[in-house]
Write a protein that binds this ligand. Sequence first.
Ligand code: WTA
Length: 568
Amino acid sequence: MSNIGSYEKRVKNFNWSISEKELGYKEGDDLNIGWYCSDRICQMGKANKPALIWEGLGGKKNSYTFNDVRLATNTISLFLKKIGVKNEDRVCLFLDKIPELYLGFIGILKIGAIAQPLFSAFGDESLHVRLENAETTVIITQRKHVAKVRKIKDKIPNLKHVIIVDHDGKKPLREGEMIFSLKEETPVEELEIFPTKAESPSVLHYTSGTTGQPKGVKHVHYSLIGQYLTAKWVLDLKDNDIYWCTADPGWVTGTSYGIIGPWSLGVTQCVLDTGFSAEAWYKFIEKQKVTVWYSAPTAIRSLMKAGDEVIKKHDLSSLRHLASVGEPLNSEAVIWSKKVFGKHFLDTYWQTETGAIMLTNFPGMKVKPGSMGKPFPGITAEVLDPKSFEPVEEPGKIGLIAFKPGWPSMMRTYWNNEDTYKAKFANDWYLSGDRASIDKEGYYWFVGRDDDVINTGGHLVSPFEVESALLEHEAVAESAVVAKPDEVNMEVVKAFVVIKPGFEPSEELELKIMNFIRKKLSPLAMPQETEYVDSLPKTRSGKIMRRLLHAKEWGEEIGDTSTLEDEE
Ligand code: WTA
């Protein structure tokens, strides 16, 4: 029997107080996600249960019980407190998927500070704009990423401390840098947890938009109410599960369901920090006896590509429930997973902004491969007409995915960017920025994004950010960046470039440009193809018509360009 039981019954009788009651929370109480994910689980008698089973490169291993998590996070909290971190200060986690990332996240929350996790493959420019916007005061990182921090530190006056978690003390430290090693510290038994309330800020995740710099999505501790119940009812997490979320906590899936969801339920989770390989992944599942697996379409398509033979070499019979998020999950992948794992990958849809799963296929519900499923109980979802912002009545008609605000894990604002936040609403609906249709049975079908953001392998890349970085290259006069179709990643970054006089369009220059972007932004943002052009299509007012270039890449009808000319 699944945790959700009957979807229809749950929808009928739904109230978020179900989650509050299970968590023992009443309105007005203190509410701290850090405490819920560690101390409370210990108090419930699970102190010695494994919380984190970790495997890294070169066969490195580590595991932590819930009591270990409680102590380690207390230790991190106290250290931060001692160096002057106050509640609501932004503390950035710039780490690979090492245990300190998971423990640091909880440690930051316990003292009421705001955790700002950033993808460790980000280059110095990506890091810079996000730390600057958040006015981050502390960054926790590893030796291998320190060079990137050093490059930008002087440009961020608020950044007081750079904490390095794996420094051997041999190479000299620069001003503001300090070493923190969990192994060297005496575990802190008692910690005064900061009395955060429901609306106290908890996490700041940066996401990419079409225009402007990345936006800091502000979440609050009350998000737990949504993350706990969705993890329970959608991921179907149970006490004896071994759960594996393949997402990196630099992105929202890795925190909402790679830390908060499982740990608030007292569920054991495992982490593999070795990058992708089909063989390594199946080995990991077999060895850890993973029961619930939450992954992403690009990974699933890569597994498909690796073939079925490698699957037969492993005993994957422990798997009982599979789910996916981040980008469209094509029906072939859903059908394939049933064939090879005996279970469908169930598609779930949500965003950094929504904080928790919004539309989903539930365990036990009829699977329609290619559909995102139905709204989570308590979520009022619709597909709206893009002009009137009224619900589209006809089944199958395409419109904008929208949600009635008021669910617990909804973002509270974009950091220092209230205007952009406000622009996300119309007619009392939160506009997701995605397009879909709803069929007669109430299933949602994803159509595409309503903006130019590129979703490459489940990671959002802003064309604006890539274009701005391209302009900093000495050879680039003008640029336009769009998504190009890709078999595995669905979309990859393609750049159209007008080069400056004196530079030759060559393969060598293309490689140089690629490398420039990879270092500055990230490997995800790196153009997989650069096309040299003499000029870029523009509106009369000089705005680049990305949509025209996009249509060409996807072999779509360009349509009436005169209307595009007038668009702003
Ligand atoms: C896309 C990730 C199709 C969508 C949790 C959304 C999806 C954006 C799906 C959010 C899905 C997410 N099917 N598209 N099941 N899930 N998306 O903020 O465009 O990194 O708006 O959050 O990914 O990406 P974000």
